[in-house]
Design a protein around this ligand. Structure first.
Ligand code: GLN
Length: 295
């Protein structure tokens, strides 16, 4: 069979995708998508790979494979991405949620009370704010894990907000999403503020590999720290006494982010490792007496 012969079976279609440089798992998930099946049906595909490929599915699959081979994220092609056990709908309006960001969620769950989800001082639910929420991944994961938290997500991009709200609605999670740029104009105080802001330097060559994703969700000035600086500078004024600020950042930014946090008066400044063992998140706590004072 030559490369241009249309594949007759599901197995042949997969093989052709592999020859175009698409990895096995991605090809499998794209074929299931072209067949109108869920990504859960991988076992079905193994058992049916000698089945005939319909013309419609072949045309759809060929187009998906070409887009994947050109570098488009799998999640944009299938329209889904799993994050912290949640099935999120994603498209080019939002950054694709990364497994590394689960580090931030795990850390947030550590600092939040497990039960009864209220602060000691009052019976009010703890308030959590996710800045630059994008698809809503972090905010929705926290709400799913701790239903009694009062979770808000803010986002500058209206297009991304629509994705986050759609995810909340589909998942039946009560998260309040609103338009906003970091902490500008925020009046309330929170027990926890989390963010996965843009943190890639605007000249970083890695951006080429990320060209399908929204640039404004990725880059932050010449050193990648512009947005992290803005958040750190204003967060203490938006945190309750003893509240935490937890931030994701670039693979080589932990020491700079820790320095910025300390300079802003945060206590217990520390970092957490991602799945690759890289210090990927840093954070700190405002003192129990309230707002930090730079000393
Ligand atoms: N971690 C992502 C990447 O390097 C970037 C996410 C971000 O800028 N917040 O692919």
């Amino acid at each position: 069979m030559t490369e241009t012969t249309p594949p007759q079976t599901l197995a042949a279609a997969l093989q052709q995708a592999r020859q175009q440089g698409v990895d096995r798992l991605d090809a499998t998930l794209l074929l299931l998508h072209a067949l109108g099946r869920s990504g859960q049906d991988r076992a079905w595909l193994l058992a049916h790979d000698a089945d005939a490929l319909s013309e419609d599915a072949r045309v759809g699959f060929t187009a998906l494979v070409a887009r994947r081979a050109a570098g488009e994220p799998l999640a944009y092609l299938t329209g889904h991405r799993e994050f912290f056990g949640l099935d999120l709908q994603v498209d080019a309006r939002v950054l694709v949620p990364r497994p590394d960001t689960e580090t931030l969620v795990n850390w947030a769950l550590e600092v939040l009370p497990a039960k009864p989800h209220t602060s000691d001082a009052s019976s009010q639910p703890w308030r959590v704010l996710d800045l630059g929420t994008g698809s809503g991944a972090i905010a929705l994961a926290l709400k799913a894990q701790r239903p009694q938290l009062q979770v808000q997500g803010s986002e500058r991009s209206d297009a991304a907000l629509a994705v986050a709200r759609g995810n909340a609605q589909r998942l039946g999670l009560d998260v309040a999403f609103s338009q906003g740029h970091w902490l500008v104009g925020v009046q309330q105080r929170y027990q926890l503020i989390v963010a996965n802001p843009p943190y890639i330097a605007s000249t970083d060559p890695h951006l080429l590999a990320l060209r399908y994703e929204p640039l404004e969700a990725l880059t932050a000035g010449v050193d990648g720290l512009q947005d992290l600086r803005a958040i750190i500078a204003s967060a203490a004024g938006c945190l309750q006494a003893g509240g935490w600020l937890l931030l994701e950042h670039g693979y080589d930014q932990a020491s700079q982010v820790c320095h910025l946090l300390k300079a802003a008066g945060f206590k217990r400044v520390q970092s957490r490792l991602d799945l690759a063992g890289i210090a990927r998140c840093s954070g700190g706590q405002v003192s129990d007496l309230g707002e930090t004072a730079s000393q």
